[in-house]
Design a protein around this ligand. Structure first.
Ligand code: DSN
Length: 414
């Protein structure tokens, strides 16, 4: 950091501030994680200096031999992990990955059937404020509001009626296992492409903790920084028949020069994802999530779908005197970071909401197990039941500090 401190001290201060925030708080945003020092080293390396438009062996600039090496490594490892025919590791983000898939097989005005955002979907699955909602004719499928689970029957009927060109599956706030095989069959029945966006659950899929969509989807997109615990970025996997379409939709279709420092960091992440330790980590994420759900339920909180199969729980606050925003703010006051989140049947605006989404990937990376997560669950309960009681909040803030001290995150940085 000495170079930044010298040339841009205000930026250095912000980075130090973020290190302290991460170190001294309980990070429970379900889409966040802590990358390894090795991943961050690659991402902060000289690989950021190089333009490498094109693909390994077919670049538009000279001097790309080391770029080819890291991109090939990332591709090989991703294919080994997920078992797809083809992979493109250049998308800058999950949305860019989805955009490239759409551009590879759809024309503007084509029909997209994706999960509703308030029911757990994602902006890039056809939300009207997103390019995907503006460019395509979109319908959304829902979860059953009673069970909180995807209404597969309803989806199948909707698909028969709507005749979509593509069905987008996967979610950003859905606590249950997704039946990709069934979704793939529904897409087949209506002759639609199937795009499975596994951004949230990619690490679980890699470790066999969640069923893989690869055999059941034409395209699988993901980010690499959530449960997969790599650098911030995206990736597309597809069948051989779509390989060249996807590659040209990424470059030159929707992106220029790839972020080669991020591609290098993806290669490092995929190396880590092939270890037994990574598999154990993913299993622990799910165990922790179940332990969290159990404590919250025992304390009387209502959970969407009544529990969890994956890395997150969704607390439904509609019958409580507080909103998602109130809950997020109260928890932030004590050092627990979550995000307010819409719940199925939501009536509040997205800036307020009636729920919170709480994830375990980041705390599990710190080494916390069910014993610690149960303590955290109890802290969350006490804060949400007493959001105006400063003494309760101070007591919990002290417990957060003790727990963080017990599980240091980046000891050589802080
Ligand atoms: N913002 C991400 C999430 O929190 O789920 C999705 O892109």
């Amino acid at each position: 950091m000495e170079h930044i401190e010298e040339t841009a001290p205000e930026v250095a201060d912000a980075i130090h501030g973020e290190i302290e925030r991460e170190e001294n708080g309980l990070e429970m945003i379900a889409s966040e994680n802590f990358a390894s020092r090795a991943v961050m080293e690659a991402q902060g390396s000289v690989m950021t200096n190089k333009y490498a438009e094109g693909y390994p062996g077919k670049r538009y600039y000279g001097g790309c031999e080391h770029m080819d090496t890291v991109e090939e490594l990332a591709r090989e490892r991703a294919l080994e992990i997920f078992g797809a025919d083809h992979v493109n590791v250049q998308p800058h983000s999950g949305t860019q990955a989805n955009m490239a898939v759409y551009f590879s097989v759809l024309e503007p005005g084509d029909r997209v059937l994706g999960m509703d955002l308030t029911h757990g979907g994602h902006l890039s699955h056809g939300h009207p404020a997103n390019f995907s909602g503006k460019l395509y004719d979109v319908q959304h499928y829902l979860v059953d509001e009673e069970t909180g689970r995807i209404d597969y029957e309803g989806l199948a009927e909707q698909a028969q009626e709507f005749e979509p060109d593509i069905i987008v599956t996967g979610a950003s706030a859905y606590p249950r296992e997704i039946d990709f095989e069934r979704l793939g069959s529904i897409a087949d029945e209506v002759d639609a492409y199937h795009l499975a966006d596994i951004a949230h659950i990619a690490g679980l899929v890699a470790a066999g903790e969640h069923v893989s969509p690869v055999p059941h989807a034409d395209f699988v997109t993901t980010t690499t920084h959530k449960t997969l615990r790599g650098p911030r970025g995206g990736m597309i996997m597809c069948d051989d028949e779509h390989a060249s379409g996807v590659d040209s939709a990424v470059f030159p279709g929707t992106q220029g020069g790839p972020l080669m420092h991020v591609v290098a960091a993806k290669a490092v992440c995929f190396n880590e994802a092939q270890t037994d330790e990574f598999d154990e980590y993913q299993a622990q994420i799910v165990e922790n999530s179940r332990a969290l759900a159990s404590v919250l339920k025992d304390d009387g909180w209502s959970l969407v779908s009544g529990g969890t199969d994956n890395h997150l729980v969704l607390v439904d606050l509609r019958d409580e005197p507080i909103t998602g925003k109130d809950a997020e703010e109260a928890l932030e006051d004590v050092g627990i970071t979550v995000n307010k989140n819409t719940v199925p049947g939501e009536e509040e605006p997205p800036t307020v909401t009636s729920g919170i989404r709480v994830g375990t990937p980041a705390l599990t990376t710190r080494g916390m197990g069910t014993e610690q997560i149960e303590r955290v669950g109890s802290m969350i309960s006490r804060v949400l039941s007493n959001i105006d009681d400063e003494s309760v909040k101070q007591e919990v803030a002290d417990e957060v500090e003790t727990l963080c001290d017990e599980f240091p995150l980046y000891p050589d940085l802080s």
